[in-house]
Write a protein that binds this ligand. Sequence first.
Ligand code: GLA
Length: 384
Amino acid sequence: MNLEQEFYNVFKSAPTLSYKAPARINLIGEHIDYNGGRVLPCAISSYIRAFVSKRDDDIISAHSLNIRTTHSIHLSQIQYDKENDWCNYVFGIFYVLRQMGYSIPHGLNILINSEIPVGSGLSSSAALLVLICYIANDIYDLKINLKNIAKIAVKCENEFCGLKCGIMDEAAIALGLRNKCLLLDCSKFEYEYIDLDLGKYAFVVLKTNKPRALVESKYNKRVEECEKGLAILKEHYQIDNLCQLNVEELDNVRKLIKDDIIYKRVKHVISENDRVYEFVRALNKRDMHMLSTLLDASHQSLKEDYEVTGIHLDTIVDAAKAAGALGARMTGAGFGGCAIALIDRSTFIEFKEKVEEYYFQKLNIMPEVFSIDIVDGPSHEYDF
Ligand code: GLA
């Protein structure tokens, strides 16, 4: 597809600039960001791109090549509108920037093309939000750093788009660094980079291709269950979030939380947060055995205690293990989407075939298995 030509067809003028932003995976620390703990994501080599040109008026006009729709709006008239669908993620950024007092002196034409599959748990929507904020920052010279670009993108997703997600996805995308993962403390938004060069081993992505289901309501339910657990525990502990408790407290927590479901959710959160620390220690020592054990334990906890995996993710993780993965787990929100597996790079082709065969035999759906590079965050690609 010639994107310059596509741009011309839609906007009857030529693009002047182009940008891209990556997708993300989370290595471990799932459903932890909104519970104030630590997560370990990284940006991966699957991109959303935008071609852009400046307009003389105050209209933002955006076209998606994936969905083949165009939406346009005056900067001063932006508000959330269901009819605007995916474009709320574009308009919302301009809305939030203006609300924060940034000057947006003119409109833009924006053509979007994404290779990040929607609803796959690789954060296509966070990538779009970060991309648009990065573009606005560059074109209007707003002098916002990458950390604050992530914050603005989260603010937009929470307040404009109405999703209760945490900060992990936007941070992973905005702050991505080649061959590094981000150890992110979500309560303070502090982070450090951990080296992810695993020599002959690598992470690969396994896409379940489960038909898209409504994830948002189930996600929000888990957020609420954690809030209930926290409210009970706050009567006994001086804590602001669940991740301030460690696994040694679990016996006591079991006595305090009578509701079995709420206890299971809290148990996942506390044990998963602990696994992040263990995982970082194992990464620093290149202890593949420990990394694998932790990946498997994380999936098990998300399956049994947090109950966000489901048949597709469980089967693909079983397939990965049967095909020789050292460890495997779901990544992202769950309920479908993608898993990751740690494998010996040299076995990739055989591994992929085995996973496809196993998964297809069980579910009659062809999965996708792909290798990834760990990459930098958003960038300005070309000046035309
Ligand atoms: C989604 C959310 C993130 C995070 C993960 C689960 O990707 O957007 O904020 O909560 O689920 O770890």
